[in-house]
Write a new protein. Structure first.
Length: 213
């Protein structure tokens, strides 16, 4: 029985490999040697010439392979960074929205509000740990900054006065900031989906949509 990995193997024709094989293969070289011997060809010169060409082709092949390997490593590093950025932005949006929804219920407990403040501070710290120039795409970087600013606005509202003194204007400000964060997350997801297509099929911020334009 043929192993599954053999059945699934995909053959790829590489022109450079075929050319090198034709240059050094005994099935090609021996007939040529026989043909040229009958005509008094200078074999040392021919062998040196063929060897030089083969060496050049091998060097080109090695450089090409190394270039592809480096490009693959860069893509993997970029993908991993984007996944982390998306995860942190997504979590930050959830924390901000949960803080707003909790305060909307009324009669907030100071200890619970303090926990939201600490969570928001942790999110902002994570967002600041990645610099603008370290974010792979400009659209992702702009969304990243927008998330930071939105979280800072939410944190400022929570820290501005005791929770029992927060009024309707404060709640509206938090609502607008949460929507700003949500739009920034959508911006990040859209740009990152170029490298990570599955992001288009994933939910974002628990399906929360903008409530205020």
């Amino acid at each position: 029985m043929i192993p599954k990995e053999w059945r699934d193997y995909t053959w790829q024709v590489r022109p450079l490999v075929v050319l090198i094989y034709l240059l050094v293969s005994p099935t090609v070289v021996l007939p040529l040697m026989w043909l040229f011997t009958r005509q008094g060809v200078d074999w040392p010169a021919w062998v040196q010439a063929v060897g030089s060409v083969a060496a050049i082709l091998v060097a080109v092949g090695v450089a090409n392979h190394q270039g592809k390997a480096q490009a693959k490593l860069r893509l993997e590093d970029q993908t991993e960074r984007l996944k982390k950025i998306v995860a942190v932005a997504n979590h930050s949006a959830k924390v901000a929205r949960h803080a707003h929804d909790y305060l909307s219920l009324g009669d907030p407990e100071a200890l619970d509000v303090r926990r939201f403040v600490v969570s928001l501070e942790d999110c902002i710290f994570l967002l600041k740990s990645v610099g603008y120039i370290d974010v792979p795409f400009s659209e992702v970087a702009l969304g990243w900054i927008e998330v930071r600013h939105g979280l800072t606005d939410v944190l400022n509202v929570l820290s501005s006065r005791p929770c029992e003194e927060l009024d309707g204007r404060d709640m509206l400000s938090m609502e607008l900031s949460c929507n700003r964060i949500h739009r920034a997350c959508q911006r990040i997801r859209g740009a990152a989906s170029v490298v990570i297509p599955e992001l288009l099929a994933e939910s974002w911020t628990d399906g929360q949509a903008d409530r205020t334009t």
